[in-house]
Design a protein around this ligand. Structure first.
Ligand code: AMP
Ligand code: MG
Length: 404
């Protein structure tokens, strides 16, 4: 079996993914990060009345044709406390921001442009023009207006307008559900004391974070040893939980202890491919078991996280109807890069901006794919395409941003 190029592997994986159709209604405060499933229409008009935008006096502009006009103040209008009379010739109403403009008035005189006289009168100290400092009714939106289209990602600004449109709850798509399963006899959860030959399971902690960062829910199936029975019962649990995707780690190649692929096939998995021309992360298994997509990540933490970024993230975003996250960018390499072989290489690197404003990527000299520390200290991965020529320092190179 030959090695599948990265773009082809990604296209094949995404090709079978169908965006989730199921819709659920969630309270406004739980809708952050969700995707709107129907166009959202205003249930009322905003502002609901002509409102004062400033503190001052509501009056008729024709009553103050020049600076020095005098008016009688006949009442007060504050936010939530309208003045229910009429502003007639020669009158003004003390008004505060957010109050409805009283009937008859057509402009607001700023309070700093009014001189307070005795016996409830004011004198204008500035020119008055009609319509100033008034927010007209419906200036923001009107009842029945569609303000948000379907499929938008709900965030702080969209939730604010949804609230203002008087929606206490919103129809959103169900989130993708993803089961995660770590396999390996050597693995212990963080916080335990390893015996001889044991290590702490780490990669699924990062994969779970990546899943949640991409609008999906995690169903944690924990750790199982390298046994067909244990793997098979975890796969049953994933199916019973009706997850959209099962992500396994470890045991994905065909060594004596690599039982994931064999066990999943026995359970009925249709294998699409399992070897990719990339480094780190050659053994990435992709298949489907009924409605459930299966992604078998390598156990090696750096390899599993790079595969997670390249394959799991776009898969989840397609299922969740989120736009693809733009991680690709260009940088200048800080050091000479060697010619590459047939596997697409992802080099962990830091990024700095030089004096001319160029983004410069400096690859770590040690790239051992088991070193999680170096990934944690990196800002980007330099992409070295298959059979790329050697690249001298200062040359442009494609990168993948780890924290876009
Ligand atoms: P495997 O893919 O099972 O052959 O594992 C490759 C390497 O990754 C081995 O050194 C494993 O001990 C290690 N490994 C496997 N699973 C995990 C995990 N969940 N967390 C950290 N390291 C792991
Ligand atoms: Mg293993």
């Amino acid at each position: 079996m030959s090695l599948l190029p990265v773009p082809e592997a990604k296209a094949r994986l995404l090709d079978r993914a169908r965006p989730i159709e199921r819709v659920e209604t969630v309270p406004l405060r739980e809708a952050n990060g969700r995707v709107l499933a129907a166009p959202l229409t205003a249930l009322l008009t905003q502002p609901p009345f002509d409102a004062s935008a400033m503190d001052g006096y509501a009056l008729r502009a024709e009553d103050a044709p020049n600076v020095g006009a005098e008016l009688v103040v006949t009442g007060t209008a504050a936010a939530g406390h309208p003045f229910d009379g009429q502003v007639s010739r020669g009158q003004a109403v003390r008004i505060f921001t957010g109050a409805p403009v009283p009937a008859g008035a057509d402009t607001i005189l700023l309070q700093e442009d009014a001189e307070l006289l005795s016996n409830g009168r004011i004198r204008t100290t500035f020119d008055v023009t009609g319509g100033r400092h008034i927010r007209p009714r419906g200036q923001d939106f009107v009842e029945g207006e569609t303000v948000l289209p379907k499929d938008v990602l709900l965030d702080y600004s969209r939730l604010t307008v949804a609230a203002a449109m008087n929606h206490p709850a919103l129809d959103v798509y169900r989130r993708p559900r993803v089961a995660i399963l770590a396999t390996g006899d050597e693995l212990l959860p963080p916080g335990r004391t390893p015996a001889a030959g044991q290590i702490i399971a780490s990669n699924m902690t990062g994969i779970a974070a990546l899943i949640e960062d991409n609008g999906a829910e995690v169903v944690d199936l924990g750790i199982v040893g390298d046994s067909r029975e244990a793997i098979a019962s975890a796969v049953d649990a994933a199916r019973a939980a009706k997850v959209d995707v099962l992500v396994t780690s470890g045991g994905a190649s065909v060594g004596d202890h690599d039982l994931v692929q064999a066990t999943l096939k026995e359970a009925g998995m249709e294998l699409d491919f399992w070897r990719i021309a990339m480094r780190p992360g050659k053994p990435l298994m992709v298949g489907s078991l009924g409605e459930m997509q299966v992604l078998g990540l390598p156990g090696n933490p750096v390899a599993s996280l790079v595969c997670g970024l390249l394959f799991l993230e776009p898969l989840l975003r397609k299922l969740a109807r989120l736009p693809e996250r733009k991680r690709e960018a260009l940088a200048l390499t800080a050091r000479d890069l060697a010619a590459n072989d047939r596997r697409q290489d992802y080099l962990r690197a830091t990024l700095v901006t030089d004096a001319e404003g160029n983004v410069v990527a400096d690859a770590f000299s040690k790239q051992d794919s088991s070193m999680m520390k170096i990934l944690a200290h990196s800002d980007a991965l330099i992409i070295r395409p298959p059979h790329a020529d050697a690249l001298p320092a200062g040359s442009p190179c494609p990168i993948l941003l780890l924290r876009p």
